[in-house]
Design a protein around this ligand. Sequence first.
Ligand SMILES: NC(=O)c1ccc[n+]([C@@H]2O[C@H](COP(=O)([O-])OP(=O)(O)OC[C@H]3O[C@@H](n4cnc5c(N)ncnc54)[C@H](OP(=O)(O)O)[C@@H]3O)[C@@H](O)[C@H]2O)c1
Length: 303
Amino acid sequence: VNPAHDIDPEEFRGRYGSWALVLGASEGTGASFSRRIAELGVNVAMASRRIEPLNELADEIRSATGVEVRTASIDLSSQDAINSAVALTGDVEVGLLVYNAGAEPKRGYVLDRPLEESLKLLGLNAYNPLVFVHHYAAAMVERRRGGILLMGSLASAIGKAHMAMYSATKSYMNRLAEGLWMELGQYNVDVVNYVADLTATAGLLRHKEENDAAGLKTSNFDLSSAALPEDIANEGLEALLHKRGPLRGPGAAPRYDFANKRWLPGDEAAMQAVAEIVRVSNMAFVDRFGLAPLVDPASPAPA
Ligand SMILES: NC(=O)c1ccc[n+]([C@@H]2O[C@H](COP(=O)([O-])OP(=O)(O)OC[C@H]3O[C@@H](n4cnc5c(N)ncnc54)[C@H](OP(=O)(O)O)[C@@H]3O)[C@@H](O)[C@H]2O)c1
């Protein structure tokens, strides 16, 4: 664990205990979020479609940490996903929501793919992030504490052919997180959208192998530069706890290197500049249009 991303377990439990809900939890960054949250002493409810890997991870986490773990099979692209989540967590206090699922391994023009596939991605990355935040953040606001962590992508930086819906939905998540950061922050509910670049998740490695075997070039990326899921989990949770702005991660403030025709990760100063731009433009917006004033996120947290 990078010492710059240290998390005090007591502080973490005080803000987010006693339960976290991790959506898309069975592998990759989702599994890392679940493990790290449990290590910090918070019980975890975990969901994804396949129940077997989820239950294996639940056993591992229980024996490693002693926290309570619950699992459920939920398809987050479906419109009734929230009902299954409420059945899983209805009797406990969820103080932390991690919406991790959301990768799109397939490539192709929007018009060449069945509309149904694009609508499913809309469900997974736009409809349900909203529905889940609407449900779980309401109770957090009542309690005046809690956290929402969304998983974004550097693909949000620009609309991309062959992954138009993926880049569009991830861009939606960036804007949703920025607005929620202003709205919910007033009630001491933290919001971060972790904007990941290439990450060595089980899903990514599987698709690379499949694509390589099929002779496709879509997996021609350099895994040696990929981030590790456990680092992302820790950095994301630390940024949430320490209120480090709405967008974090290497893709939070990307710059384009025209000479080499590639995206460069945003540095710390650039990410802070993004938070400042969101803050200042929001404060000016409510003032200019006579909307209900916002509490400035730079002011001390409400009690
Ligand atoms: N890997 C990268 O290079 C990369 C880069 C940038 C951003 N990200 C973002 O990081 C997050 C995690 O990505 P990932 O590579 O680990 O792949 P992922 O396909 O999002 O899978 C992560 C987890 O989500 C579950 N999941 C996927 N679709 C689901 C659905 N419809 N309903 C419920 N659970 C679902 C998977 O289990 P089941 O299959 O059993 O459901 C798995 O446990 C995503 O939001 C992705 O966009 C990843």
